[in-house]
Ligand binder design. Structure first.
Ligand code: UT7
Length: 332
């Protein structure tokens, strides 16, 4: 069975920086509150007119180039997002078209919110292991700024999110490097604690109408404390599962790259794992929570900063709406 590896990776974020002070002008909030409670200093928001696929496209092109292949070599495209260009069809066929891929390759989206990137890795890894496809393009990308309410009432979730995209090409590995394990989990008890209900068939007969918007059901709602409590429990648990599966000790791990939702969550997870904080990658201060994109962005930045290199073992972990959570162990 083929092991899969990340053969190409890249990310893209908008140029438009929104600082906490900018948010003070829009929302009933302060720089001090945002930094103390979340660790976020700034985030990027796309300018009007930019769709998710526009943001993702440069990352896709660069990841394909890094993998040393052409768009027409891609055998399948899978996107993880909660902010697709359209209600349907998915974003993956739009990416297929924008990349100019001429083959009728499969292209579809999954919805696993902040855990999406690790869910994608498992899907791609299984395709490679089974021998079905050779080059899989996986994209974690979200434009959360399009579901942020830029008013005083929007502060509860509006200050937390940013826009970003990450793309990887998975290929069969011919050496020791590759994905060692993936573990995916969910618990539907979390549905009520984080999400945006509309547009949705819950609102039968119309997925969205003026009343639904007036009731603000199209905007995200989060029970922050409940989500926080679960995140600090589930991410370390999922790391433990990855360590056990691979007969590893936490000291064998060069770097943990966790979903960036809150600096305090990352610190609490490191403490629970007895992991020195330097081994927990943190870049939330720059981008906020970019949902499906936090992990590929963090991998790219950690590589740029030489936080790990070929031969090192890293562990990815994420927690988000659903609840969904996951881990992946990778030998780089
Ligand atoms: O990525 C998906 C998974 N998501 C997460 O992992 C997020 C998990 N949760 C969290 O990160 C934190 O719960 C938050 C950052 C969302 C909130 O931090 P918190 O310490 O749990 O604050 P809180 O929600 O308990 O709110 C504390 C106070 C409240 O005021 P009162 O009731 O104490 O008077 C809020 O109304 O802070 C108020 N508040 C704000 N104040 C200024 C809430 N949002 C803001 C704001 N600016 N933006």
């Amino acid at each position: 069975m083929n092991k899969s590896k990340i053969a190409g990776i890249a990310f893209n974020v908008p140029d438009n920086v929104i600082t906490n002070h900018d948010l003070e002008e829009m929302m009933d909030t302060t720089d001090e509150w945002i930094q103390t409670r979340s660790g976020i200093k700034e985030r990027r928001w796309v300018k009007p007119g930019i769709a998710n696929s526009d943001l993702a496209l440069p990352a896709c092109k660069e990841a394909i180039q890094n993998a040393g292949i052409n768009p027409d070599d891609i055998d399948a495209i899978v996107v993880g997002t909660v902010t697709s260009d359209f209600n349907f069809p998915g974003m993956a066929p739009i990416i297929q078209q924008k990349l100019g891929i001429s083959g009728h390759v499969p292209a579809y989206d999954i919805s696993a919110a902040c855990s999406a990137f690790i869910y994608l890795l498992e899907i791609g890894d299984q395709y490679i292991k089974s021998g079905k496809y050779k080059n899989i393009l996986l994209i974690g990308s979200d434009i959360m700024s399009t579901i942020i309410e830029r008013t005083p009432e929007g502060r509860a979730t509006g200050v937390l999110f940013g826009d970003g995209s990450g793309a990887v090409v998975l290929q069969a590995s011919n050496d020791d490097s590759g994905i060692l394990s993936t573990h995916l989990f969910a618990d539907g008890k979390g549905v009520e604690h984080l999400g945006a209900k509309a547009p949705g068939s819950f609102f039968n007969p119309l997925r969205i109408d003026e009343q639904i918007v007036a009731d603000r059901h199209h905007l995200p709602v989060q029970n922050g404390r409940e989500v926080f409590k679960n995140a600090v429990k589930r991410m370390p648990e999922s790391i433990e599962v990855a360590l056990k599966e691979n007969n590893l000790h936490i000291d064998d791990v060069k770097l943990v790259i966790a979903h960036q939702a809150n600096r305090r969550i990352l610190e609490a997870c490191a403490k629970r794992m007895n992991l020195p904080i330097e081994k927990m990658f943190i870049n939330i201060h720059k981008y906020g929570n970019t949902t499906a994109a936090t992990i590929p962005i963090a991998i790219c930045e950690a590589l740029e900063q030489n936080k790990f290199a070929k031969g090192d073992t890293i562990i990815l972990t994420a927690f988000g709406a659903g609840y969904t959570w996951a881990s992946a162990a990778i030998r780089w």
